[in-house]
Design a protein around this ligand. Sequence first.
Ligand SMILES: C[S@@+](CC[C@H](N)C(=O)[O-])C[C@H]1O[C@@H](n2cnc3c(N)ncnc32)[C@H](O)[C@@H]1O
Length: 373
Amino acid sequence: MRCAYFDAGVCRSCTWMGRPHGEQVADKERHCATLLGERADLVWLPPVTGRESGYRNKAKMVVGGTVEHPTLGILDGTGQGVDLQGCGLYPGSLAATFPVLAAFVTRARLTPYDVPARTGELKNLLVTQSPDGEVMLRFVLRSQEPVARIRKHLPWLLETLPQLRVVSVNLLPDHKAVLEGDREILLTDTQTLRMRVNGIDLHLRPQSFFQTNTEVAAALYRHAASWVEELAPRTVWDLYCGVGGFALHVAAPGRDVVGIETSVEAIASATLSAADLGLSGVRFAAGDATEFALGAVAPDLVIVNPPRRGIGDVLSRWLEASDVRHVVYSSCNASSLARDLAAMPSLRPVRAQVLDMFPQTTHYEVLTLLERA
Ligand SMILES: C[S@@+](CC[C@H](N)C(=O)[O-])C[C@H]1O[C@@H](n2cnc3c(N)ncnc32)[C@H](O)[C@@H]1O
C-alpha cells in the first residue's frame, strides 16, 4: 500500500507503509516467535490477515486549524493541525463523514483547541463505524461552552449523515496528551452502536473499548471459540472482557461464563447483548480482573485479553498456582505476553496464531492457548 501523506513526510504513523503486506506479516510472526522462544510443544497456526487498507473501524481525528478551515487528523511537532481526511486506513464510507464533520465545525462555530496557546474548545472527533455502516460520533471538548451550539445544529448533522446513530460530547478539561476525559454527555436518545460480529450483536457505548479491525476481530473470536469448544470446559472466565466479545462467543448450554471488566459502560453493553441472546449462563460484572480472581473459585478455563501492559505479576502468579487447566491469552503486545508467560511456567503455550489486526504498523494481535503441564 502507498500513502501520499507518508511519502510527503506529513504523517509517519504507519511505520511500515510501503512494505509488501506479506513481508510485514512474516516479520510479525518472526518477532512473536522470538519473544515466545523455542518451545518443542508449541504449534504455530497460519497467520490471519485481512484487508491491508480501509481496515480501521474507528477514526481518532485531532482537530486543528480554524473555525473556517478546520483540519481533521494529527498535530505536527509544533502543535499545528495536519489534515488527514484522505487517510487510507479508513473505509471509504467512514472517510465520507469527514467533510461533513468539518463543515459542522464551521456551522456550529466550534473553535479548534490550539495546543501551544491553550485556547479553543474542540480537541478531537472520535468516529466509529459499525459493520452495518452505522456511526457513533463523539466531540471531545475542553468545556461545556459549545454544547448548546452542537445541540442547536445537530438536526442538520443527523439529516446530512443519516447513518449517525449515537452522538455524544466527552469533556477533557485538562491540557493533557490523551484522547478523551471521564465525563460523557449523550446527545441522542440512542446510546449504543450495534456492532454485529459473527451474527452476534455487540453493543458499543461511547466509553467502551472495541477491537480496531472488525474483520480480524471476528476471526479472533471465532478461533478462540473453536479452541474453547474443543476443550469443552464447564466453567469459563473472560477477564478484561470489554463489551463481551469472547464471553458471548463461547457461551454454550450447560456452561457458566463470567465476564469481568473495569468499564461500567462496557459491562452494561455486554449484559444487554447476553439478554438479547437469551443467554442465562453468561453474566458480567464490573471490577478489576486480578481482584476478582483472587476472591473466586477457579474455573476450568480462563480467557484473558488485557491492555498492552499484560495481566501482570499478581494475576500470572495466581493462575500459575490455581487449578485452571487452560488459558486462552489474546495479546496485543507480545513483549508483555512473554513476560507473563515467564511467570506461569506450569501453563505452557501449545498453540499460537498471529492476527494482523493493524497492517502498515509493527503492531499485531497474538492468540495463544496455554495448557497446564
Ligand atoms: C484489549 S481490551 C479487550 C476488550 C475485549 N476483550 C474485546 O475483545 O473487545 C482490554 C480491556 O480491559 C479493560 N481493563 C483495563 N484494566 C482492567 C482491569 N484491571 N481489570 C479488568 N479490566 C480491565 C479495558 O477497559 C478494556 O476494555
